[in-house]
Each structure stands twice: as C-alpha cells, then as structure tokens.
Design a protein around this ligand. Structure first.
Ligand SMILES: Cc1ncc(COP(=O)(O)O)c(C=O)c1O
Length: 422
C-alpha cells in the first residue's frame, strides 16, 4: 500500500499530473471511495478534551515538533481543503498551499498579512482590474503608498522610483502579475527579488508575490526564480470549467505563516465543495493546459497575419529582440493560452467583431474549457484610471481571448467570420 504522501516509485520522483488522482488521500478514510467525498461539515469532534487542547496548540503554532493539528473547524482546516492544498503545492514545488474563496481573497489576505500602515508596495502594471482597485483604491486608505513598475522601466528606473518613495518608509512587499492581465507584458521575477533584497530594511525578508494566474501552475514556477509567494485566481486554469470561484497562495512554511494566520482570522478560505471541484479539475489540468496552449499558438499566428489586426501580444510569438523575450526565456516554460490583440480601429470595431462571434462566448474570466472573449478597457479593467489605461495600451481596440479546448480550426472559422462584420 502506498503512503498517501509518497511521490516516488523505486526512488524516482513522479510528475504532478501522475499524482493528482490520489495524492494526500486514502480510500479507507471514506469506506473505500476512490474519490474523496465532500466533507460538508463546519466542525470536527475531538476524542477528548486533551486532544482538543493539543490540536489548538498545534494550530496556533506554539510548537516546534512539526506535528500537524487534527481537524478542528472548517475555517481553520478541512480534509477537502488540505488534500487540495497538498496537490497544488506539488505543481509549484511549494512547502505549503492555502486555498481561498476567490483570487481576490488570496491577494488581499496575502497583502494584509505583510503590509502595515506607512509601508510602500512596489507593484507591476497593468494589474487585473480588481487587484488594481485594491492597490490604488483600498491600500492608500490604510496608509500604504504604492510605487508602479511599468513594462518599459529598467532596473535602474525602478530603483530610482523606490529611492524617491522610501525615505522614512519601509518596503513592505512586491506584488507582480506576470504575464500582466490584459496585455501579456512580462516582468522579471529575478529582478523583483534583487529589488526586494536591495531595498529591504535588513531585518525581515521583503516578500515577492507573483500572481501566476495566466501561466501557472503548468507553464511558470515563480518560486524557482526568487518569488516567495505564488498567487492564483484558481477560478481560472486550476478550476478550469467556469463553475467555481477560488484562489490560492503557495510558498515555503516561513513565508506562508503570516498568510495562514490572516486567512484564519479573515475567514477567506474556500468552501469544501469548491475544494472538491478543484480536486476534480486538477486531474485534467495538464491535458487542458497543453491542448489550450497548442490551439492558442495556431490562433495567434492566424491573428498575426489577419489584415484587420494591428498587433498581437502572445508569448508564443515573442522573437529575439522583442521586449519581454529574454524574460520569457528566463522564467516561462510555455506560452499559455491567453491572447491579446489590437483590432484595426477602436471600440466600435472591437464591439462589432465581438458581437459577431458565435462559438466563442463573450464573458469575463479565463482559463476555462470554453473559449472566451472580452473587452478589457470597458469590462475587467473598466475601473482602472483612464490615463493609466492609455499609457499601458489598454484601449478601445484591445480584445482579449482565452483559448479553450474546442477544435482550433472551428475557433479560427468563428474568428474569421466575425472579422468580416468589421
Ligand atoms: C490575473 C488575475 N488575478 C486575480 C484575479 C481575481 O480572481 P477572482 O476573480 O477569482 O477573485 C483575476 C480575475 O480575473 C485575474 O485575472
């Protein structure tokens, strides 16, 4: 009988995709059920008062033994969440994962765990609209000042911007989205690490948090490049079927500790049902992401050669000399399935094109089995400052596609027909 945490056969380490069906679960826990049931329960019965006391001591971290607490209460822990967290950690090579009620719950909980009034947050730009609102609309109300890292800034430029903002303040965290939603701009994780180390106060490590929603967990592994926290909207590729909202944060035990504490107190964890759905989804993650990526490459080439398309931003089209090419080579392992393009014209032409699509659905979100189209400037990024959008090319002609698992030739047929309406 294999131990539920054994990830090897005869000493050879197994791939995450081989472990998604059983890792972290034993059928005998559940009457032999091959799949874990949903532990739809708020609380767990202790065998004795002493056991309850011990579990709380362990959950509160007052113990160096490494022993894990048993089940206490579903805001702190739950078997579905724990099995899922162990499986997610395998993809990113993390010690520990935590799942959340949404991607926004993951981002906000992680940032609140580290940022304090008076701190500076360095962030890449553009950011997903919700994250942008948190960074520019919420954090300043709590006394956090932000410094923006734009795609064309050199390391010296970001250094200078930080130097101007830091006197009398502490660099609290670096939050980056790479590739950026919606432009696919890339930011170097190694550079973020250097900046965090150089501008830290020398007392505590400045966390580099990477939103890996667009490429992870298959095509980019930020922890290997110097990141401390990997963050996901698990609503996207991890969930993968447009039927749940969830988030995740992963990292080493030490850097995760404040995030664990903050999640427990905010109650921002995922539900057992969403966790169960994600376990189902992870079984096909590798298959889905590979198929979607293969199709995206074909579709990006089609778009690139179309006379009604001004420009395409897709990682698979990056060539030597392009901005982002070196970063792509350094930290990504595949181009993923997110394509952004600028149609010849403006909002009117973009809308005419979008409304003429028939197989491809018009909806925000991404990373699902069905192909989705959206217009970031008026939808996911509607709330972003107008000048900021203009500067970052999030304009009326920008259209974002998330490629699904349909036959790519059918998708090209749909796109080609819709262009005729423009
Ligand atoms: C890159 C990125 N990060 C975070 C989020 C927020 O995730 P959620 O909608 O699951 O809260 C999104 C949502 O679209 C996203 O695209």
């Amino acid at each position: 009988m294999r131990d539920e945490y054994d990830d090897t056969i005869a000493g050879k380490k197994l791939s995450p995709e081989s472990l998604m069906m059983g890792y972290g679960y034993r059928p005998e826990w559940s009457e032999g059920a091959i799949k874990s049931p949903i532990f739809q329960t708020s609380t767990f019965v202790f065998e004795s008062a002493a056991e309850g006391k011990r579990f709380f001591e362990l959950a509160e971290g007052g113990d160096e033994s490494g022993e894990q607490p048993g089940m206490i209460y579903s805001r702190l822990n739950n078997p579905n969440l724990e099995i899922l967290e162990h499986r997610l950690a395998l993809w990113d090579g993390a010690d520990q994962g935590l799942v959340f009620a949404s991607g926004m719950a993951a981002i906000t909980t992680a940032m609140l765990a580290y940022l304090r009034p008076g701190d500076v947050l360095l962030h890449s730009a553009p950011l997903y609209g919700g994250t942008d609102h948190f960074v520019h609309g919420v954090l300043p109300e709590f006394g956090v000042r932000t410094v923006e890292w734009e795609p064309d800034m050199s390391e010296a430029d970001v250094d200078a911007a930080l130097k101007a903002a830091l006197p009398g303040r502490r660099l609290g965290a670096v939050l980056m989205e790479t590739p950026a939603n919606p432009t696919n701009d890339l930011f170097s994780i190694a550079m973020a690490r250097r900046l965090a180390d150089r501008h830290g106060d020398g007392e505590s490590r400045v966390p580099v948090a990477v939103d890996n929603t667009f490429l992870g967990p298959l095509w980019q592994h930020p922890l290997q490049h110097g990141a401390d926290l990997v963050i996901y909207s698990a609503t996207k590729y991890i969930g993968g079927h447009s039927d749940l909202i969830a988030g995740a944060v992963l990292g080493c035990h030490e850097m995760m500790e404040p995030v664990v504490g903050m999640r427990t107190i905010l109650g921002s964890m995922a539900t057992p049902h969403s966790a169960w759905l994600m376990m189902r989804s992870l079984e096909t993650l590798d298959l889905r992401m590979r198929r979607e990526t293969e199709s995206a490459q074909k579709i990006a080439r089609f778009l690139q050669s179309h006379p009604k398309v001004k420009d395409v931003s897709y990682l698979g089209l990056l060539a030597e000399g392009d901005r982002g090419y070196e970063i792509y080579q350094e930290q990504a392992e595949g181009p993923g399935a997110m394509i952004t393009f600028w149609i010849d014209g403006g909002e009117e032409e973009a809308f005419r094109f979008i409304d003429a699509l028939s197989l491809i659905h018009l909806a925000v979100s991404l990373g699902s089995t069905e192909t989705l189209v959206e217009h970031p400037a008026t939808m996911t990024h509607a709330g972003v400052d107008a000048d900021e959008k203009k500067k970052l090319r999030v304009n009326g002609s920008l259209v974002r596609l998330s490629i699904g698992v349909e036959n790519p030739d059918d998708l090209i047929q749909d796109l080609s027909t819709a262009f005729e309406a423009v």
